[in-house]
Ligand binder design. Structure first.
Ligand code: CTP
Ligand code: CA
Length: 226
């Protein structure tokens, strides 16, 4: 049975959605960020609420209003803060959908004062790898159903399948970035990978794609967790 959107297919379930970029501070006025707008994650959160889920939205720094029906919104800035917020919200949650573009690295030290130019000498920043939120959750014995995203510029399927396995996920939503799709764009196109193979969700608005994604996640969740 294909779950139709609009039925309350996630009623009674706690769903955590992360969205947006993270910012890693360099000094009091500068940071390292990325081009994630948060639109896909916010649309997923809204779609999950529309089908009855109790949604906690963990948002990186974005300028977006909270969609209707969201039970809780937690705003964070850095990857470490996002990790803490997601881990807290995921305790007892049924599904975690990781739509956030989590920064992979942060400056090894954050300067307490504004860095000044050094007479033309190059500036070197040392970066430390951030914790992997999905992998941390996947390592727990009791864990939510885990849905990752993989935004890739090339070799989309290979990288997505690799992340599905390496991070121990239940599903991954992969998209090609660029050409008017993906980051900073209104439209997207996704391919879902899971144990049951690949499902193409062709180019559409992020609102429409989010609804289709949520319907597929609900279907798969019910199949494996009841
Ligand atoms: N992710 C995460 N914690 C991180 C980095 C990524 O939870 N520190 C999640 C993202 O939210 C996304 C998935 O992992 O759902 C894949 O993110 P991606 O950046 O594509 O994968 P990485 O493992 O960081 O690999 P790379 O950036 O090198 O391609
Ligand atoms: Ca990454």
């Amino acid at each position: 049975i294909v779950a139709s959107f609009g039925a309350q297919v996630l009623r009674g379930l706690k769903v955590v959605v992360s969205a947006g970029p993270t910012y890693e501070d360099i000094d009091p006025v500068r940071f390292i960020g990325n081009r994630s707008s948060g639109r896909m994650g916010f649309a997923v959160a809204e779609a999950a609420a529309q089908v009855g889920a109790e949604v906690t939205l963990v948002a990186g720094p974005v300028s977006m209003a909270t969609p209707p029906g969201i039970a809780r919104r937690v705003d964070v800035r850095s990857a470490a803060q996002m990790r803490d917020a997601v881990m807290a919200a995921s305790n007892g949650a049924d599904i975690y959908i990781a739509a956030a573009a989590v920064g992979d690295y942060r400056p090894a030290e954050v300067a307490g004062h504004k860095l000044k130019k050094q007479d033309g000498a190059p500036l070197e920043l040392r970066l430390t790898e951030n914790p992997d939120i999905l992998a941390t959750l996947a390592a727990q014995t009791v864990r939510p159903f885990l849905v990752g995203f993989a935004a890739e510029t090339h070799d989309v399927e290979r990288y997505a399948q690799d992340k599905l396995k390496r991070k121990g996920l239940d599903m991954i939503a992969a998209n090609q970035v660029g050409g008017g799709l993906g980051f900073e764009a209104a439209d997207n196109a996704l391919t879902l990978y899971g144990p049951e193979g690949a499902i193409d969700l062709p180019r559409a608005s992020k609102t429409e794609l989010a609804r289709q994604l949520v319907a597929r996640v609900a279907e798969r969740y019910r199949a494996v967790r009841g």
